[in-house]
Design a protein around this ligand. Structure first.
Ligand SMILES: Cc1cc2nc3c(=O)[nH]c(=O)nc-3n(C[C@H](O)[C@H](O)[C@H](O)COP(=O)(O)OP(=O)(O)OC[C@H]3O[C@@H](n4cnc5c(N)ncnc54)[C@H](O)[C@@H]3O)c2cc1C
Length: 435
């Protein structure tokens, strides 16, 4: 029977290298306030090291320069590189470029539109172009993308796009967007939506602003990682800019989101562990009311609960990754949905406890915890709010049950059945007792 929790020694070597590399080379970058251009130059030698080790953009298929590791190994890598917001940039899989690269690759496979490889995909993978994923709209519920109102209408050899989007991450620094739009309003939205490449400089595209958010309330326009509000007004792009088949928008989104959630959850675990390390170190170092905080039972509960929650989330996520590798994303749907809301909550809980334990220091910008806390809150909203994933799980689980007038476990009914089944023995027992 195969039931294994070990990592192959050769791959473990990669992971060990990554752990040291993260702490020694990437953590120091976090403290510098650099522009996007300065940061890009700063990370170039680090990216070269990652490439030389064969770990660059490992999520991609080997023909695109990836390693073909599979989700389980990728998950283990993301747990480490997710410890720092700069990890994904150095390892060639920062959102949304990584997911957009996957979408383009899937689309090319589906449609055979090879010209997109040289024009969009390869420059994106080489870091020569930046991208945004433009799906969510301010006036329709992003949790129900069947309500999308952005349209793309075919006019001769062009798509004409009209819509209003927001929260397009990196929108203000991107060179192009992947826009989700309704291309056929006469069929169910699952078959009537498509993804289309829109260059940022196409006439009719207006990046209205970067949205101030809990991540960055005093947002400065044009910073890497911001979330843009964008108007698409009579934007014309050539029909070759369609990704995959017409009407395949949802199909492509699903194919992209499965692996993406494993990576998210493992990155969250990397962040949780970092907050946990800070909590444990501080618990041993700070004294109050006659001893170190580590000796207070509440603090011990925080440590024990955080450890158990992280462990549970880790096993759940790795099992989901393993299942994806074995039987594919569709069959692992419930597991993938479960880790989204469970992992996001664990991240939030652990950072919240670590911040609380640090008191005023934790709340201050002298520690990274306040920023981690603000970013962690978003995890419960993006990539589909937690509630929607809970609905998916509950619906799937309930398919294995059916309604009954009398509960299966109703004791009087079970007793009657048991009495009937064992009548002979029970009669014998009664006779023995009477005799
Ligand atoms: C940091 C960040 C980055 C993002 N990046 C991008 C990006 O790059 N591109 C992009 O297109 N979008 C992006 N988004 C948008 C994100 O995908 C949406 O915010 C999300 O899908 C939720 O949509 P909404 O905001 O319209 O909330 P709504 O759909 O209005 O939902 C609001 C709330 O209603 C509740 N709810 C919804 N459905 C149900 C249900 N069935 N049962 C119970 N409760 C329910 C939930 O509590 C939910 O939070 C980003 C968001 C954030 C916060």
């Amino acid at each position: 029977m195969a039931w294994d929790f070990e990592t192959e020694p050769e791959f473990e070597e990669h992971l060990a290298w990554m752990r040291t590399f993260m702490v020694e080379e990437i953590y120091p970058l976090e403290t510098l306030d650099l522009t996007w251009d300065q940061m890009s130059r700063m990370v170039q030698p680090l990216q070269a090291e990652v490439k030389a080790r064969g770990l660059w953009a490992a999520h991609l298929e080997p023909e695109l320069g990836g390693a073909g590791f599979g989700q389980l190994k990728l998950g283990l890598m993301h747990e480490i590189l997710g410890q720092s917001p700069f990890g994904p940039l150095v390892f060639g899989n920062n959102a949304p470029d990584s997911g957009n690269g996957e979408l383009l690759a899937l689309g090319i496979k589906m449609s055979g539109r090879e010209d997109q490889r040289d024009k969009w995909l390869l420059p994106l993978l080489n870091g020569e172009l930046r991208s945004g994923f433009s799906m969510t709209e301010p006036h329709t519920a992003g949790s129900d993308p069947t309500l999308l109102t952005t349209t793309a209408v075919r006019d001769g050899e062009e798509w004409v796009i009209d819509g209003h989007k927001w929260y397009t991450t990196n929108g203000s620094v991107a060179d192009f967007f992947i826009v989700m739009a309704v291309t056929n309003p006469d069929v169910h939205p699952y078959q009537g939506s498509s993804m289309i490449i829109v260059p940022k400089d196409a006439p009719g595209v207006t990046v209205v602003r970067d949205v101030g958010s809990m991540e960055d309330p005093d947002v400065v326009f044009g910073k890497y990682g911001n979330h843009a509000e964008i108007l698409y007004e009579q934007v014309r792009v050539p029909i070759e800019n369609l990704i995959g088949d017409e009407g395949a928008g949802f199909q492509l989104a699903q194919a992209r989101l499965g692996p993406g959630r494993i990576h998210h959850c493992m990155r969250w675990l990397g962040q949780s562990k970092r907050a946990f390390d800070m909590m444990c170190e501080r618990a041993l170092s700070r004294h109050a009311h006659g001893g170190p905080l580590a000796e207070k039972q509440t603090v011990q509960n925080w440590i024990a609960d955080s450890m158990a929650e992280m462990h549970a989330a880790r096993l759940m996520t790795l099992q989901a990754a393993w299942k994806m590798d074995k039987v594919g994303a569709a069959a692992a749907r419930v597991e993938i949905a479960m880790i989204k809301y469970y992992g996001a909550q664990v991240l939030y809980n652990v950072i919240d406890r670590a911040l609380q334990l640090h008191g005023g220091l934790g709340y201050s910008t002298d520690m990274p915890l306040e920023s981690m806390y603000r970013h962690a809150r978003a995890a419960r909203i993006y990539d589909g709010p937690d509630e929607v994933h809970r609905v998916t799980v509950a619906r799937q689980v309930l398919k294995d049950y059916e309604p009954r007038d009398i509960p299966t476990e109703y004791i009087p009914a079970r007793e009657a059945a048991a009495r009937q089944r064992f009548a002979e023995m029970l009669e014998m027992f009664s006779a023995e007792q009477a005799g």
